[in-house]
Design a protein around this ligand. Structure first.
Ligand SMILES: [Zn+2]
Length: 443
């Protein structure tokens, strides 16, 4: 896992935590709204029923002036609170032609629209934060500082309000779900009344529908839109400096939801950012998908040159960014100026591999890896090559300059692999980064 992949995992984990919180919040909101619907239905039974049953033809009588007034107030309240969605509420004139059943159905639809509006505003906030954070971590990784994009920046808002998957954005999908559920509930009501269902029986079915469908729709949306927004925000940032990405499966999510095949086939495949299409070659591929797209560059040398051309800066900085994106670093904190690191051969022949100086160290190198004073060049070559791939841990400065430790896997001429600890100093006196000590780390 390289630096970028580690950051990406952190971003995903943080998103999942926030998704859980949002789900809980919406869930209790759904409960409260269901209780309200239940009260409305109970009122109908009380008003128009006898012995806990309503005569269907009673419901086909026209809405009383009072009930009509209540409905109009409900509409006014909605439009006042959500003027931007006023267009969703049909013209008021039709209210005068409604019968009692239609009045209740209309009220159910209004309620679903209101729930939709609340969902949209919650999700808008959640997704905007998600997009900004993901774009910013990419910017930081690419060397542009920590707070490059604000929540209301053009990039973030474009990502959040993007039309994708059947050409719709997330709010249109919420309206779609709200209308669909309102339709189901209206049918449940009409059929239940026509059958002469008791209040008990009718509300049992409606509660089931309301609780299950609305929650499931909302959760799926939170999860899938989140995947889209995170990947799209990263893509929009990465595509400014890289051209391709590699599709990576998130196995946990797939196992959990039994969608293995579709994303598995794409795992490891490379696509161009400018040809990405969510659902075709870019995550999310399907509802509940949590896969990722990670930048891919075939020639990092050429990329480094181009980066400097575009943004200026020095070679070392550009190379550091390149390493963050592709090297197999555990933690990604790379030894500063690793390219210039001085590795004195004397430290090996005179100390680490010299049985007369330190019998334990020398024996450890020979036994664990097969290194002696005779083949020291190969050990030095490996250390130099692997240096940028491993975390450099900073150690206290004892007055001579910053010190670092880098533990790395070395494979010796005997074919075995062992952990080797290297110690370094960023020497204040002569300005060089130099290896000060090396030994086989047996923990
Ligand atoms: Zn997937």
């Amino acid at each position: 896992m390289n630096y970028w992949e580690r950051r990406q995992r952190e971003l995903n984990e943080q998103a999942e935590k926030e998704e859980e919180k949002l789900k809980k919040r919406l869930s209790s909101y759904f409960d409260a709204e269901y209780a309200r619907l239940d009260r409305d239905i109970a009122a109908y039974y009380q008003k128009y029923g006898m012995d806990n049953v309503i005569q269907y033809r009673q419901l086909l009588l026209s809405l009383s002036d009072d009930d009509r007034q209540l409905l109009i107030e409900q509409i006014d309240e909605f439009v006042k609170k959500y003027p931007q969605y006023g267009g969703l509420v049909p013209v008021r004139e039709s209210i005068y032609r409604l019968n009692r059943l239609e009045g209740l159905q209309y009220s159910v639809r209004m309620q679903q629209l209101k729930i939709g509006a609340v969902e949209i505003s919650e999700l808008q906030d959640h997704l905007s934060r998600l997009a900004a954070r993901n774009a910013n971590v990419v910017a930081e990784t690419m060397g542009f500082g920590k707070n490059f994009y604000s929540v209301d920046s053009a990039l973030v808002q474009t990502v959040v309000n993007a039309k994708w998957c059947n050409g719709r954005d997330f709010s249109e999908r919420i309206w779609g779900n709200a209308e669909k559920l309102a339709q189901y509930l209206s049918t449940d009501l009409a059929q239940g009344f026509a059958r002469g269902d008791s209040y008990e029986r009718l509300t049992r079915q409606i509660r089931q529908r309301f609780g299950k469908v609305s929650r499931n729709d909302a959760y799926r949306l939170i999860y899938t839109e989140g995947t889209f927004v995170m990947n799209e925000a990263r893509a929009a940032s990465f595509e400014q400096d890289t051209e391709e990405y590699i599709f990576r499966v998130q196995y946990d999510a797939i196992r959990r939801n039994g969608w293995r095949d579709i994303c598995d086939d794409l795992d490891g495949q490379i696509f161009r950012w400018d040809e990405r299409i969510a659902g075709a070659n870019f995550p999310p591929m399907h509802p509940w998908c949590h896969c990722t797209a990670t930048p891919y560059v075939s020639d990092w040398g050429a990329w480094t040159d181009q980066y400097i051309q575009r943004h200026g800066g020095d070679q070392a900085e550009a190379e550091k960014i390149a390493k963050r994106l592709h090297s197999e670093s555990r933690q990604g904190i790379i030894l500063p100026r690793y390219q210039e690191a001085v590795i004195p051969q004397e430290k090996f022949t005179g100390y680490a591999l010299n049985p007369e100086r330190d019998i334990h160290k020398a024996r450890a190198f020979q036994e664990a890896l097969g290194y002696t004073q005779e083949n020291v060049e190969d050990l030095i070559r490996q250390i130099r090559e692997k240096l940028p791939e491993y975390e450099a841990k900073e150690k206290p400065d004892k007055g001579w300059g910053k010190r670092y430790e880098v533990r790395m896997d070395i494979t010796g001429p005997n074919g075995k692999t062992a952990k080797v600890l290297t110690a370094w100093i960023d020497d204040k006196n002569n300005g060089e980064i130099r290896l000060t000590s090396v030994y086989v780390d047996r923990e």
